[in-house]
Design a protein around this ligand. Structure first.
Ligand SMILES: Nc1ncnc2c1ncn2[C@@H]1O[C@H](COP(=O)(O)OP(=O)(O)O)[C@@H](O)[C@H]1O
Ligand SMILES: [Mg+2]
Length: 254
């Protein structure tokens, strides 16, 4: 398909698409503490949706609830089907992949085997005949082809993050959840990762939810941004507008 998308900007037509993800009245309590409190939002297909908020706001817990790592109350619908409280591998088979805030990789295995693990965990289309192609496509896409035989624990944080992204892509998701993919990187590593995330969204047509602290990153990447505070939505909208919101400045940016 010919694409006229400018890879340096966001596609402004995205909002017109049907929702790929619907989160309704999602809640999760840890003891007496409500980490996520009656949260509802919808994401149209094709969007890059940012989530930000203070530490402990419940951002990672939202990802854990969507991906079945934690059980909560409320409803999660993906492509108009109820996926609430399915098991993590079942949710991945449906087409939702994620990366973790702190890279979790198989340290003693090489890069190729790490990505292979991702494919085996979450790709329901995997067959003997197509496994290598799927893994190589993911490695090529993130730029790890030359490192495929390197042992994962010998790679730096930037490359560990790429391994995790490649493993997620090898599941062939239509929705990718990225939990602070930029955190801990040097300034020189940030721009290549922003470009990669934009390519994932625009070239592979994957809807992206990104948890991030750096406003520069959210402004460049996300069509809309939601600010969470104590598990509740403070404001959702275009990043520039959200960052000007008085309440957002008070609880987060201030
Ligand atoms: N498995 C858990 N058990 C108990 N408390 C948790 C657990 N996971 C998260 N929390 C608590 O829930 C709140 C939200 O955490 P989290 O979703 O990780 O926040 P964020 O990602 O926004 O920094 C925090 O107070 C955190 O300590
Ligand atoms: Mg977190």
């Amino acid at each position: 398909m010919a694409s006229t998308a400018n890879t340096n900007s966001k596609d402004e037509r995205v909002g017109a698409q049907a929702p790929i993800l619907q989160v309704r009245n999602l809640s999760k309590a840890f003891g007496a503490m409500l980490a996520v409190n009656d949260l509802s939002f919808e994401i149209p297909a094709g969007e890059v949706f940012g989530i930000a908020g203070p530490n402990g706001a419940g951002k990672t817990t939202v990802f854990n609830l969507i991906t079945g790592f934690l059980q909560g109350t409320g409803e999660v619908r993906f492509e108009d089907k109820n996926v609430t409280n399915l098991k993590p591998y079942q949710i991945c088979h449906r087409g939702i992949a994620r990366t973790l805030q702190i890279p979790q990789i198989f340290s003693t295995l090489d890069v190729f085997s790490n990505v292979r693990f991702g494919a085996h965990f979450g790709n329901k289309h995997l067959k003997d005949g197509n496994e290598a192609e799927i893994i190589h496509r993911a490695l090529d896409f993130v730029g790890l082809q030359d490192d495929k035989t390197a042992i994962a624990e010998n790679m730096d944080l930037f490359h560990k993050k790429l391994i995790m992204i490649a493993a997620a892509l090898a599941t062939q998701p239509r929705l990718l959840l990225l939990d602070e993919p930029i955190g801990g990187l040097s300034p020189a590593e940030i721009d290549p990762l922003i470009k990669l995330i934009r390519k994932i969204n625009q070239e592979w047509n994957i809807t992206v939810i990104i948890i991030e602290h750096l406003m520069k990153v959210l402004k460049e990447l996300s069509h809309r941004l939601m600010i969470l505070h104590y598990g509740e939505e403070i404001r959702t909208g275009p990043p520039a507008e959200v960052m000007e919101d008085e309440k957002v400045k008070e609880v987060y940016l201030g």
